[in-house]
Design a protein around this ligand. Structure first.
Ligand SMILES: [Zn+2]
Length: 282
């Protein structure tokens, strides 16, 4: 899991571009003029959004409360496959080194195939195509999120544009080897003094998106490749050299994919586990 940079483009211009791309049709001649007629109002709401975004207090946003035709019109502006939305996705998921991140950073498990609306689009239809309100995501995370995104004035999910992830380990895994099977228990712990509020938010995000269980379910995509990567080296290197190299490569991956990237955390725990080392000689 890593932070992503939010877009540098002007959010309201993005909204206007999408409205402008719509055609006046015979079936719904009032659609585009209606959208144009509320543009000034939308501009004001975007300004407030930007202020709350910059202060990382989006939970303080009050919904405008559009209903009926206005709401339907606004919601119809968003289509994941549209040219503008796909261009936004490319911009946000391209790193400084021109690497394309195609994995959902909310979970680091599945591919990106949707945008999460940080403020849910049903409640805040005014921000349905606000680029600061759109975070690339997988549909699994999106479906877990639902409409209950805050409680008692606190957000339940990380906003990976704004909540800076700590360079301290908070994800751990216990390994239990029994009857030739690895039983894994991932857990979160604030062992190294992460800010208490940030840690509560991290816990809530991982719990609501069922990440610990999902990591466990996907563990064999780490265990078997690690065994197969190491085995050919056993003829050439000592086990201590192999351990050192594995630790080094896992840490390199953490610097790219996130300090608490679950695959690296699991690799580091496996290489430190005697039962795992024994399986290399089977
Ligand atoms: Zn996801």
């Amino acid at each position: 899991m890593r932070n992503l940079n939010s877009t540098k483009r002007n959010g309201f211009d993005f909204h206007k571009d999408i409205v402008n791309s719509k055609k006046i049709t015979k079936n719904n001649p009032g659609y585009k003029p209606r959208l144009v007629s509320i543009e000034n109002e939308i501009k004001g709401l975007y300004d407030i959004y930007e202020k709350n975004f910059n202060g990382n207090v989006l939970e303080n946003s009050t919904p405008k409360g559009y209903v009926d035709t206005n709401k339907t019109d606004l919601l119809s502006l968003y289509s994941y496959k549209s040219k503008q939305i796909q261009a936004l996705k490319t911009e946000i998921t391209t790193t400084e080194t021109n690497r394309i991140i195609n994995t959902c950073q909310n979970c680091t498990l599945s591919e990106i195939n949707s945008f999460d609306h940080v403020l849910p689009k049903d409640e805040y239809s005014e921000f349905v195509v606000n680029p600061l309100n759109l975070f690339p995501s997988c549909t699994i995370c999106n479906s877990f999120k639902g409409k209950f995104w805050h409680e008692n004035g606190k957000r339940k999910y990380l906003n990976l544009y704004l909540d800076k992830l700590p360079d301290k380990q908070y994800l751990f895994v216990d390994i239990d080897y029994d009857k030739e099977t690895f039983g894994l228990k991932f857990y979160l712990e604030n062992r190294y003094g992460i800010d208490a509020n940030l840690f509560i938010l991290i816990e809530s995000h991982y719990n609501k998106l069922h990440l610990l269980q999902r990591f466990s379910d996907n563990a064999d995509r780490v265990i078997t490749p690690l065994q197969n990567k190491i085995k050919p080296h056993l003829k050439l290197l000592s086990i201590d050299q192999i351990k050192d190299l594995t630790i080094e490569s896992s840490n390199l991956n953490r610097s790219v994919f996130g300090f608490n990237y679950w695959e690296s955390i699991l690799e580091l725990s496996l290489i430190d586990n005697n039962d795992f080392i024994n399986t290399l000689y089977l």
